[in-house]
Design a protein around this ligand. Structure first.
Ligand code: ZN
Length: 121
């Protein structure tokens, strides 16, 4: 076996060997489980919800009130959503085409917005 077993955490002996699921040190007879202390499992929850940030880097959360920072075109609407429009009670969602905020805009109804075009109010 050309294994690369970790040295003994007690005496740093390098001649450790495997005994079932445990590692054993021939010098001090210390036995331990290789998973212990080694945190290469990755942080818990990695891959879950990345933080959603607004145009200036504030972290957004469900229920936040945001202000639209630039005028947004809305299909079928001549004026669109003007910069400065306040949007209350946003909900963060799985991004769809980059739109990661679900909300209701006064006068427009339910909408999806990109977090990059809003600023936390
Ligand atoms: Zn040892």
């Amino acid at each position: 076996m050309d294994s690369t077993l970790p040295p003994c955490p007690h005496c740093s002996c390098e001649y450790t060997y495997e005994l079932g699921a445990l590692l054993v040190c021939p010098e001090c007879a210390h036995e331990w489980s290789p998973g212990d202390g080694a945190s290469d499992d990755g942080p818990a929850g990695s891959g879950v919800d990345a933080e959603v940030r607004d145009a200036v880097g504030n972290v957004l959360a469900d229920g936040d009130t945001v202000t639209v920072v630039k005028t947004l075109k809305v299909k079928g609407n001549a004026t669109g959503i003007k910069a400065g429009t306040k949007v209350r009670n946003i909900r963060l969602v799985e991004p769809v085409n980059g739109h990661d905020i679900d909300c209701k805009v006064d006068g427009f109804g339910p909408m999806q917005l990109k977090s990059s075009v809003v600023k936390k109010a």
